[in-house]
Design a protein around this ligand. Structure first.
Ligand code: C5P
Length: 224
């Protein structure tokens, strides 16, 4: 029996990735956190493509895509992001990456570079993919589309605790500012902006636990 293709989009820190991961485990699907791909490219750019004033040199980055190999590998039970053989799963969560990733993700060249890899993962079905443009651009024919949202206060709290858990030093104000600024850049960019697909089911999970959000999504999937 064919397994479903599920697109989960939404604002930063609405729990898209952790929720998708648990649903994937429950249903035997492959989970792809597409945000990690954009973060991986940002990590490469910050380490290899800086101009004289310390800013990212975008044309240098575009010329060096052939040096970038991003892979998810299974380590224990976790899918871990590797860049050219190096585990960068913690590095891609730092403030520096979060502050630069939306600029990188707004570039058409970057999005084109990642497009085929994302689409080919869904060809055989059995995939849950989370991001910003999955239901609108990457997998417009997905069997199910969800769009997650939550209040900025709740999202700030969640991201702050997540970073604390990873041992990354920060404060709630900077976390909030970063979320607001990324949502704005992601929603306003010309290419594949963050947007609800017309046929997506909207879930505001401000007052839901993770488990409650998962159960709600599973209830929609039960008729597949
Ligand atoms: O999901 P996460 O917060 O890790 O995503 C980091 C950034 O990657 C987003 O703020 C956005 O700029 C970019 N992104 C995107 N399209 C996706 C997934 C992420 O533009 N499908």
């Amino acid at each position: 029996m064919r397994k479903p293709v599920i697109a989960i989009d939404g604002y930063s820190s609405t729990g898209k990735s952790s929720i998708s991961k648990i649903i994937a485990q429950k249903l035997g699907l492959v989970h792809l956190d597409t945000g990690a791909l954009y973060r991986g490219i940002t990590y490469f750019a910050l380490n290899n493509c800086l101009g004289a004033n310390g800013e990212i040199n975008l044309s240098d980055l575009f010329n060096r895509f052939n040096e970038i190999q991003l892979e998810f590998k299974l380590v224990d039970t976790e899918l871990v992001m590797f860049l050219n053989g190096q585990d960068i799963s913690t590095e891609i969560r730092t403030n520096q990456i979060s502050q630069n990733v939306s600029l990188i993700a707004s570039q058409k060249e970057v999005r084109d570079f990642l497009l085929d890899a994302q689409r080919s993962m869904a060809e055989k079905g059995g995939v849950i993919m989370d991001g910003r443009d999955i239901g609108t651009v990457i997998l417009p024919k997905a069997d199910f589309k969800f769009f997650l949202t939550a209040s900025i206060e709740e999202r700030t709290k969640r991201r702050f605790l997540e970073l604390k858990g990873l041992g990354i030093e920060t404060d709630e104000n900077s976390v909030r500012e970063n979320l607001v600024s990324r949502d704005k850049t992601d929603s306003e960019r010309a290419v594949a902006p963050l947007k609800k697909a017309e046929d997506a089911i909207v879930i505001d999970n401000s007052n839901f636990t993770k488990i409650e959000t998962i159960d709600l999504i599973l209830s929609h999937l039960s008729h597949f």
